[in-house]
Write a protein that binds this ligand. Structure first.
Ligand code: FEO
Length: 401
C-alpha cells in the first residue's frame, strides 16, 4: 500500500521522500533527506500539481494510478519545472497520452530546452482560471521565486495554495505530513536553510509574489509547497517567516565564523564570544568554516544581525573555506548586517586583508577596527578582539528599543 494522504476529501498528497541523495542540486547536504511533494485533485476533471525527481517516477505514477484506477488524468499543472519537480513529466504523458500540460510560456520554453518537445500544452497567463468541475483553479505568475517560470496555483473551494518551492524546505516527511503533525523546530530551521541558500537572492521577487497574493485577497487555508510540510493549521506562520526573511529582518545575535589552520584564529573567536556573552548577548554561534557546511552558515547569517568573520592567511590569500563563504555571501544579496573582522597573518598576510576587501564590496556596517595578529594572538590582539565584541554588543543592544 503506497502512502497517499487526504488533504481534503478530494485533494491528495502524492509526494515522495528522497533519503538516498547526499547533496540537493549536488551542493546542499541532505542530512535528513528531502521530500518532493505533489498533489492530486480528484474532480470531474482530474489534475496533478507538479511531479517529482526522475529517480522517483515509478512510485509517483503508482500513487496516481492507485487513486484514479481506470480514470484518466486530465491536467498536470507545472508550477515549477526545475528537474526535481519535472523528472516524471514524460513518463506521466506516456501513461496518460491525453494529459494536458498547464504552464506559462516560460515553463514550456524551459521544458523543451531540458527535455525536447512535449505535447498538449495548455498555456496560461497571469490571473487565468481553469475549472475542474467543483474546483476552480486560479494561476498567479510569480517569476524569479527563484526560477523565471515559477508560478502558484490557488484552489478556491478549499483555499489551497499550491506554492511550488516557496514556503518549502529540506527534510523528508517521516510519517507527519502537516504542520500540526511534525516538530516544527526542525522544519523551520531546514526551511530557512532552503530559503537562504536557494531563494534568498531573489528577496525582491519574493516580496512581489507576497504582495500579489495579498492583493488578490484570497483566503489562505492550506499552503501546499513542493518540499517540506503542508501548512493547514497555521499557514500564516510560514507566510510571516517568508516576509521577514525576504526583507532581511533579523534577530539579535552574533554569528562568528572562522578559518583556522592551527588554532590561533580560533582563540580570537573564543575571546570575542566570551566578551559578547559578558555584555548580555545570548544568541552567539561560533562555527569553524572547515567543519560546518556553508549552507548552515548562510542560514544562521540570514537569521542574526551580527556577523564576525575571522581568517588566517593561507598561501597569501584567504583561508579557502572562508573564501567559499564570502563568495556565497557576495552572491546572496544579504543586506544590512553588522560586520567585525579578525584573523592572523604568518609569513604572509592575505586573510584579514581579503576580508576587508569583502567588507568594502558588501557594504555592511563595520564594527570596530579589523585586528590581525602575527602568527599567534598576543595580549594587544585580544584587547582589540574585546573592543570589537564591546562595540558589536553595544550596537545590538541599542536596537532592542
Ligand atoms: Fe525544488 Fe527549485 O526546485
Amino acid at each position: 500500500m503506497l502512502t497517499t494522504v487526504n488533504i481534503t476529501d478530494d485533494i491528495y498528497y502524492i509526494g515522495v521522500n528522497d533519503r538516498e541523495t547526499y547533496l540537493f542540486e549536488n551542493l546542499w547536504p541532505l542530512d535528513r533527506g528531502v521530500s518532493y511533494n505533489a498533489y492530486l485533485i480528484d474532480d470531474e476533471q482530474t489534475a496533478v500539481f507538479d511531479t517529482v525527481k526522475n529517480t522517483k517516477t515509478h512510485v509517483f505514477i503508482d500513487k496516481i494510478a492507485g487513486i484514479l484506477k481506470d480514470r484518466p488524468l486530465d491536467y498536470l499543472v507545472i508550477n515549477h519545472m526545475e528537474p526535481d519537480h519535472s523528472g516524471a513529466i514524460k513518463a506521466l504523458q506516456d501513461k496518460y497520452p491525453d494529459l494536458k500540460l498547464v504552464g506559462n510560456t516560460k515553463t514550456f520554453e524551459l521544458l523543451e530546452d531540458f527535455y525536447g518537445p512535449l505535447k498538449n500544452y495548455h498555456v496560461i497567463k497571469d490571473g487565468d482560471q481553469l475549472s475542474l468541475g467543483t474546483h476552480t483553479l486560479s494561476f498567479y505568475l510569480t517569476p524569479m521565486v527563484h526560477w523565471p517560470e515559477t508560478m502558484m496555483s490557488y484552489e478556491s473551494t478549499t483555499g489551497t495554495l499550491f506554492s511550488m518551492d516557496a514556503f518549502g524546505g529540506f527534510g523528508t516527511l517521516d510519517g507527519g505530513i502537516f504542520d500540526d503533525e511534525v516538530n516544527l523546530e526542525f522544519y523551520m530551521d531546514e526551511t530557512r536553510r532552503y530559503y537562504s541558500n536557494i531563494v534568498g537572492k531573489y528577496g525582491a521577487m519574493v516580496q512581489k509574489a507576497l504582495k500579489k497574493l495579498k492583493d488578490a485577497n484570497i483566503p489562505m487555508n492550506i499552503i501546499a509547497p513542493t518540499h517540506g510540510p503542508v501548512w493547514r493549521t497555521d499557514p500564516h506562520c510560514i507566510i510571516d517567516h517568508y516576509d521577514r526573511w525576504s526583507r532581511a529582518e533579523t534577530e539579535e545575535g552574533v554569528v562568528i565564523v572562522y578559518g583556522s589552520m592551527y588554532g590561533n584564529t580560533q582563540k580570537m573567536a573564543d575571546v570575542i564570544a566570551r566578551r559578547l556573552s559578558e555584555n548580555g548577548i545570548k544568541n552567539i554561534r561560533i562555527y569553524d568554516a572547515s567543519k560546518t557546511h556553508v549552507s548552515y552558515l548562510i542560514s544562521d547569517l540570514w537569521r542574526f544581525k551580527g556577523v564576525i568573520l575571522g581568517s588566517c592567511a593561507y598561501n597569501t590569500g584567504l583561508f579557502p573555506t572562508m573564501e567559499t563563504l564570502v563568495n556565497k555571501l557576495e552572491n546572496s544579496q544579504l543586506k544590512d548586517r553588522l560586520l567585525g573582522i579578525f584573523g592572523t597573518a604568518s609569513w604572509s598576510g592575505g586573510g584579514v586583508s581579503n576580508l576587508n576587501k569583502f567588507a568594502e564590496k558588501i557594504k555592511w556596517q563595520r564594527v570596530g577596527e579589523s585586528v590581525e595578529a602575527k602568527s599567534s594572538p598576543k595580549e594587544k590582539d585580544f584587547q582589540q578582539c574585546i573592543a570589537i565584541a564591546d562595540e558589536m554588543a553595544e550596537r545590538l543592544i541599542k536596537e532592542r528599543a
